[in-house]
Design a protein around this ligand. Structure first.
Ligand code: ADP
Ligand code: MG
Length: 454
């Protein structure tokens, strides 16, 4: 009703048009990004579609903050059944996904999709053992290894495995950034009158579980209050025999800012490293990706895969990225050029050099920020204004301004053509937030560490 009223006011509709065409419309269902609008069987779907689709889309976007496609369906259309069934399917999908989703897990990161090689077989075996008997074999399990080598993938695999076998287990996966920011939030809210329970809620969340997975613990860096709280969380869970799994880019003994009492605790259980994959494992990972992403239709020849595997050595994310880029380039050329070594060389151009050169460029910042927030570079360059995209975009502006020599105008260009004043506003906004908001300061700190690892 709100949307319909908005439409009347905004578009100054004549009462008679309004009463005839708009008032009888009802939202039938919303599936993904499409709103299905039910049209009275005496009205003309074609006419309404032609005349009111765009205004209605705009109104819905203004009111909900989200853009929906609109489809008008007549009351007596057979399509209604189809939509109804799609809606049920959709609801079921959401339901079955929700357990793993609640635990913050990527459905693609399971043991089934993990390729075992000489570089990770120990970590894999240890993870599997822990997944089979949580709390009973190695506690904590500490996984460490460089960027993009599969730590997060293994951790999610453990969590999926445990939940699949026993949906009642309380499994919580978080990054150390989330842990830190939730703690900051609880401490801050706890100071507000009427909200003294904020800290209790925080403790309840982290102590009332069977399995805790904390990813990238190296980012609990030099924060005393966080380390202190984590220490107590750890002790609480460990005493009760609950499983703790930790990942880091370095072994505990090499994390300089780690308090020694935490270091000691981390060394109680099993420490397993993941190193760079050898050539055979890299080939196997490429094959697996082709299978999982249904890329067989591109018929990529072995010499091309071989070229990629031979050149991208130290980061599996980049290995996968090269294959994606190759296919993107192929499509971009309207499938005219064959997928051959020349095209692969083109795809690898940026990637190979980034292995040794790691000059901080706006493009590097784009990649790292997108990855950090789990969004795409295209999102960052887009015009989307929801905060899940707009805030990371402003963070890019701030980091590009403070970590590179790029001028405001250049930053705007890298971000898909934002004007100079938008960029200026973004940079200042984040700079201010860092001063006043400890969570933002923490996040920026972590992203900077990802851009410029020590
Ligand atoms: P990390 O957490 O160590 O930085 P991720 O777990 O995020 O690395 O892995 C980066 C990418 O590489 C992910 O897409 C992941 O699925 C993939 N990957 C890593 N190791 C393997 C493996 N052994 N088999 C298949 N895919 C892998
Ligand atoms: Mg990771």
């Amino acid at each position: 009703p709100e949307i319909i009223e908005h439409l009347r006011v905004e578009h100054e509709l004549l009462n008679v048009s309004f009463n005839t065409w708009i008032k009888p419309l009802k939202v039938y269902d919303v599936i993904d990004d499409t709103a299905y609008i039910l049209v009275n069987k005496d009205s003309s779907v074609e006419y309404i579609d032609k005349k009111y689709r765009l205004p209605l889309m705009v109104c819905i976007a203004e009111i909900t903050g989200k853009e929906y496609e609109i489809q008008f369906v007549s009351e007596d259309d057979d399509k209604l059944n189809e939509i109804h069934n799609a809606s049920i399917d959709n609801g079921q999908k959401k339901k079955t996904k929700s357990l793993a989703e609640k635990a913050g897990l990527n459905p693609k990161y399971t043991f089934d999709t993990f390729v075992v090689g000489g570089n990770n077989n120990f970590a894999h075996a240890a993870s599997l053992a822990v997944a089979e008997s949580p709390g009973e074999v190695y506690n904590p399990l500490f996984l460490y290894g460089g960027v993009g080598l599969g730590k997060t993938h293994l951790m999610h695999s453990i969590a999926h495995f445990i939940l699949d076998k026993n949906p009642k287990k309380k499994v919580l996966y978080v990054t150390s950034e989330t842990f830190t920011n939730e703690l900051i939030d609880a401490l801050r809210n706890g100071k507000t009158a009427g909200n003294e329970s904020a800290m209790l809620n925080f403790r309840d969340k982290y102590r009332n579980i069977d399995v805790l997975l904390i990813d990238d613990i190296q980012f609990i860096i030099g924060k005393e209050s966080t380390q202190e709280e984590f220490f107590h969380t750890f002790n609480h869970l460990h005493t009760l025999g609950k499983q703790i799994i930790i990942s880091s880019d370095k072994p505990p003994k090499d994390i300089e800012t780690l308090e020694s009492r935490l270091r000691t605790r981390f060394e109680w259980g099993l420490i397993a490293d993941i190193s760079s994959p050898d050539y055979e494992t890299r080939m196997a990972i490429l094959q697996k990706k082709i299978e999982l992403d249904h890329l067989e239709k591109y018929n990529i020849k072995n010499d091309v895969l071989d070229y990629i595997a031979a050149n991208v050595k130290s980061n599996i994310r980049e290995l996968e990225g090269s294959l994606n880029k190759l296919i993107a380039l192929y499509k971009l050329n309207n499938n005219n050029n064959p997928i051959d070594i020349a095209l692969a060389a083109e795809a690898l151009k940026d990637i190979i050099s980034s292995d040794n050169r790691r000059e901080v460029t706006p493009e590097l910042i784009l990649d790292i920020v997108a990855d950090h927030f789990g969004i795409t570079v295209a999102d960052l360059k887009s015009k989307k204004r929801d905060s899940e995209i707009a805030v990371p975009r402003q963070i890019c502006m701030y980091l590009m301004r403070t970590m590179t020599d790029t001028a405001l105008k250049g930053i705007g260009a890298v971000l898909g053509g934002k004007d100079h004043s938008t960029v200026k506003y973004g940079v200042e906004k984040i700079a201010k937030d860092i001063e006043s908001d400890e969570m933002m300061a923490n996040t920026i700190n972590i992203i900077k560490k990802k851009i410029n690892p020590a």
